[in-house]
Design a protein around this ligand. Structure first.
Ligand code: HEC
Length: 152
């Protein structure tokens, strides 16, 4: 919603707010409503949020209001349970998982984040090969790697 209002604010700059404009529909978007304390309306960064071609903006929409997940409160356990059986650098049997693909540390996980997302989230996830990860956990994986602070 904030993207919509940011757009309204932008679109109305320099015209709609002119004296004599008594269109009640304008009062929200031109921000004359004194009860509107949402200071993000004045954040210049907001005007950028409409650019749907920009992947960062899509992430902003996807990530709006999701829980903050990180390696310590989600990623480490998720990877240990679902991936490290084959991918850990110390795994006794890797079941042919490539030797250079392991998620032993938070740094390793983030170094592989794009491939982890590609293989384990979305419409047709292919890791782990045997499946078994719940839809909820795959969503949490996205919350962590798409919305979390990179490197954490
Ligand atoms: C049963 C063993 C096994 C498990 C468990 C497993 N993998 Fe894999 N993984 C493989 C094998 C085998 C390959 C190589 C073949 C391939 O790429 O499909 C591989 C390759 C990969 C690659 C590198 C190839 C690429 O597409 O970049 C990534 C990344 C990956 N796995 C992520 C994961 C993640 C994330 C999990 C846990 C959610 C996981 N894997 C669980 C066996 C496993």
């Amino acid at each position: 919603m904030s993207a919509f209002f940011a757009f309204g604010l932008l679109a109305c700059t320099g015209g709609a707010a002119a004296p004599g404009d008594d269109d009640p529909a304008d009062s929200g978007v031109v921000n004359t409503d004194t009860s509107d304390t949402d200071t993000s309306d004045t954040d210049p960064a907001d005007t950028d949020m409409l650019d749907t071609d920009d992947p960062a903006d899509t992430a902003a929409a996807f990530c709006d209001g999701v829980p903050t997940l990180a390696y310590t409160n989600f990623g480490e356990g998720f990877l240990r349970e679902n991936c490290q059986g084959c991918h850990a650098s110390t795994a006794p049997d890797r079941y042919d998982a490539p030797e250079d693909v392991f998620f032993d540390t938070v740094e390793d996980a983030w170094a592989w984040s794009a491939r982890i997302l590609a293989r384990s989230t979305g419409e047709d996830p292919s890791m782990p090969p045997q499946g078994g990860v719940t839809a909820d956990d795959r969503t949490r994986l996205e919350w962590w790697l798409r919305c979390g602070t990179p490197g954490t």
